[in-house]
Structures are given as C-alpha cells and as structure tokens.
Ligand binder design. Structure first.
Ligand code: ADP
Ligand code: MG
Length: 365
C-alpha cells in the first residue's frame, strides 16, 4: 500500500534485535502524519529510543522497512535523511562555541559562512538565546544547553525533528516552560516532531497523538484525550493518568458494556475494553475524578454504587483527595473539587461511592 500524501513516515513490520535473541522492537506498524506532534510514551526499556534511532539512521532494523515520503530509507545514512535529532544527553561539542555547535549541521552540508551566521542567529533567536553564540557549552545551565541542542536540530530547517527525552535532566518548572516552548516552535514552524518520554503528563501536555509502548510494541495510538478516556487495556490505563482498580469477574455483556461482579457480589457496569467472556476475570478501572462521594447508608445504595468508609482526606487547595476503604478491604481514591466536597467528610464516616457506568472501563487482567 502506498503511503498517503499526508503520511511523512511509515514503519512497516519493523523489528529490531540487538543480540538476535531478545527483541527491542517486536513488530512496528506506524504512520506519522506530516506536521503532527507524535509522542512515543512508555516505561524504560520499552523500545522508544530504538524506534527513534532507526528512523534517524543510527540503528538498522532487523526486519521490515521504514519509508520517508514514501521511499525506503534503509540505505540512506543519517545526514542524508534530512532529520534533526535532539539526543537524550545534550551531546554538544564541548570544544566548540554555542554558535559553532549550532552551525555544525550547516558546515557539514557545505553552507557558506555568511548564510551560516544568518541561520545560526535565527535558530538561537528561536530558542531565546540570541546573545549566547560566543559562549562555551560549559558556561550554560542545563536548560540553556538543551535549548542549544534544539537550535542545532532546527538550524537546517528539517521537515522532521526527533527528540529523545530532551527535558529529562531539568527541574520541574524549567521542564514545564520548555514543554510549552517546544510546542510553540512546533506550531510556528509546522515541522513534524517525534518526541520520546516516559512521563505521561508531559506526553498529555504536548502531543497531537501518543503511541504507548510496552515491550517493544505499541499498545495504543491515540489522541491524549482518547487515551485518557478510553484506554485499550489495563496497562495503558495504569500508565496514563491515575486509576482505581477493582478485581472481579465478567457477569454479563451487553454491546459495548459489561457487568462486573465483585467478590462481595455487587455488580457494576462498565465500558468493555478488552475484558473477556462471561465468567472470566476482569479489572474494573475508574479515574479518581469520576468518583462521587455521598453520605448514604449501606442499605439504600443505588445502582452502580458501593459502600465505603473514609480513611483519609487530603486537602490540596483546589481539590481534596479522599482515600476510601471498601467492604472487602480494597482501597480507592476519589478526587473532588474542594468547593464541592460534602460536609462531614471525615475519617471513619460511612459513605457511598458511585460513578457513571460509562466512566468505568472493564479490562482483562
Ligand atoms: P527505551 O528508550 O524505551 O528506554 P530502548 O529502545 O533504549 O528503550 O531499549 C529497548 C531494549 O533494547 C532494552 O531491553 C534495552 O536494554 C535494549 N537495548 C537498547 N540499546 C541497546 C544496545 N545498543 N545494545 C543492546 N541492547 C540494547
Ligand atoms: Mg530511551
């Protein structure tokens, strides 16, 4: 099948094994659209860097093919692929000035002095380091060095930029600033960016789409909202955002919904993700902000509600987190706006917890 005109990159059955025994990437089919911000998200060792390095040309697939603009790139060396790369470590040349570092990709491409200076100045402007060209990398902070690395990846105006955990070494505030800056640069230049992170909140903040990796394969590829609201399996639900898990069995299936029966016999309806047939074990997952907490006696519980005892209430300014114990000893956490928290929400209080069936998801364990 030919790649569509809005497909910039296509991975086709790509596999990678470094040692011929274990697979770093198992079987990858992935289309990257022109202009999108795609994030590869997953735990350490799940194959994100390997995927990025195969696209950049620093690693070769063991099987399968990568197409760029519809053309196989297996034989193209990295510098002929027209791809900007920001590596996991900054990888600036310590003996060169900032300006020489940023100009390096232009020198390699034989671009003359005057043009080079002009483009370097523009790239440093873009990352808000206009007056730093004469400094050495060692004279810059971590955040500034990472901006230089970004300028170096952008300076030859590649249509595709790959970034491998570029903000991993920065503190939280600087990281959040840089997330927005990179996102703004993406919007302004219209380049395609493929971004690697193991930080789910970073992925949710920055991406048009997120590919969730586990063990060298993509478990789900979706928009941030779809990933959060409709996780495909228990791994994705646990990796993206917080979730409560209740163990049970599938009691009944009805279209997209499934009734899960808990150990104490209560039935709860949920959207069925990959939960199996009637009788098979299942996990019911629900986000903390979807759980309503109300005063109620155990015997007048409505549909889809559980009796619980308040274990702890943690005040966090704009919201409260309520830890609750269920009858069978399981624990769940609810997150409520501080303004909407009920009176009498104190440890030991007997309450009912409830949520809409469509806000719960039933998974295979
Ligand atoms: P991630 O970036 O998601 O942390 P990697 O792609 O770096 O994952 O690694 C995937 C798997 O491949 C891991 O098991 C890792 O140990 C292995 N691996 C990565 N690079 C090499 C290498 N150069 N040689 C051998 N094994 C490697
Ligand atoms: Mg990595």
């Amino acid at each position: 099948m030919a790649a569509g005109s809005d497909t910039l990159v296509r991975f086709q059955g790509v596999e990678k094994s470094y040692d011929g025994v274990r697979f770093a990437v198992r079987h990858l089919d992935l289309d990257i659209a022109r202009g999108e911000f795609l994030t590869l998200l997953g735990p350490s060792g799940s194959g994100k860097t390997t995927t990025l390095m195969m696209l950049a040309g620093f690693e070769q697939p063991t099987a399968g093919e990568i197409l760029l603009e519809g053309r196989p790139i297996a034989r193209l060396p990295p510098h002929k692929r027209g791809i900007g790369v920001v590596f996991q470590s900054y990888a600036l040349f310590p003996h060169m000035t900032v300006g020489e570092n940023v100009g390096f990709p232009l020198s390699v491409r034989g671009i003359g002095r005057a043009e080079r200076d002009r483009r370097v100045a523009r790239a440093l402007d873009m990352v808000r380091l206009p007056d730093y060209g004469a400094r050495r990398p060692s004279q810059l902070s971590g955040g500034q060095q990472q901006r230089v690395a970004l300028a170096r990846a952008l300076v030859f105006e590649p249509p595709l930029v790959l970034l491998d955990e570029p903000l991993g070494a920065l503190d939280k505030q600087l990281r959040e600033e840089m997330q927005l800056e990179i996102r703004h640069i993406h919007e302004r230049l219209g380049v395609t960016m493929v971004y690697v992170t193991h930080d789910q909140s970073e992925a949710l903040t920055m991406s048009d789409r997120i590919a969730v990796f586990r063990d060298g394969a993509i478990r789900q590829l979706d928009t941030p909202q779809a990933l959060y609201e409709r996780p495909a399996d228990a791994f994705v639900a646990g990796f993206v955002g917080e979730n409560n898990r209740l163990a049970g069995r599938v009691a009944e299936r009805d279209g997209d919904m499934a009734a899960i029966v808990l150990a104490d016999g209560r039935r709860l309806w949920a959207r069925r993700a990959d939960a199996g047939a009637e009788g098979s074990p299942a996990i019911l997952s629900v986000r903390p902000e979807r759980i309503a907490v109300a005063a109620a006696a155990a015997d007048d519980l409505g549909e889809n509600a559980l009796a619980a005892t308040v274990a702890e209430v943690i005040y966090l300014g704009d919201h409260v987190r309520v830890r609750l114990s269920l009858a069978d000893g399981a624990e769940i956490t609810a997150k409520r706006p501080a303004s909407a928290a009920m009176a009498g929400l104190v440890p030991g209080a007997a309450v009912a917890v409830a949520w809409q069936p469509e806000h719960a998801v039933a998974f295979a364990p």
